[in-house]
Design a protein around this ligand. Sequence first.
Ligand SMILES: C[C@@H](C(=O)O)C(=O)SCCNC(=O)CCNC(=O)[C@H](O)C(C)(C)COP(=O)(O)OP(=O)(O)OC[C@H]1O[C@@H](n2cnc3c(N)ncnc32)[C@H](O)[C@@H]1OP(=O)(O)O
Length: 140
Amino acid sequence: METQNIDHIGVVVENIDKAIKFYTTMLGMKLVHREDLLDRGIKVAFLTGTHGETAVELLEPINHEDMNNTVAKFLKTKGPGLHHLAVKVENIEKSLKELESNGLQLVDKVPRPGARGHLVAFIHPKSVMGVLLELVQPHE
Ligand SMILES: C[C@@H](C(=O)O)C(=O)SCCNC(=O)CCNC(=O)[C@H](O)C(C)(C)COP(=O)(O)OP(=O)(O)OC[C@H]1O[C@@H](n2cnc3c(N)ncnc32)[C@H](O)[C@@H]1OP(=O)(O)O
């Protein structure tokens, strides 16, 4: 498969409002998008620097006690920090097929709508040397 660029880096936080304040005031980044993904049980915010289009995605679980939620479980077991790497691809279905035929373990066999209306699919960290990988095909 071909990676077009690094779309974003996911960072799990305890409090998204405090984290947005930190990233904007301390690091001089700008908030470009914010939404609550109720079906995923998470709040997300995307921030970028003044040049590159690669974003930081901040993620906070809506219910911190829901251990069926992957982000809440991550926060409880590992604490806040780097969570996933997301790469942009042109054709997500084709990329998933290629990765699967190369023996990688897919979390999502079928792409699904993610943040910003983009199509997304996750690859298990066990297949990516300990990194949870997200493929993103931007919404046309
Ligand atoms: C906003 C939207 C979007 O971007 O558009 C999104 O949906 S992002 C929102 C977040 N959504 C997701 O993360 C969806 C994809 N993730 C998942 O389905 C899950 O997190 C899995 C990757 C399948 C792991 O779930 P599971 O319940 O199996 O976790 P677990 O705690 O039992 O951990 C199983 C093993 O995976 C490792 N592990 C768990 N999460 C990890 C992570 N983020 N990075 C690296 N390794 C990780 C654990 O350390 C453990 O390794 P050991 O066995 O060595 O101890």
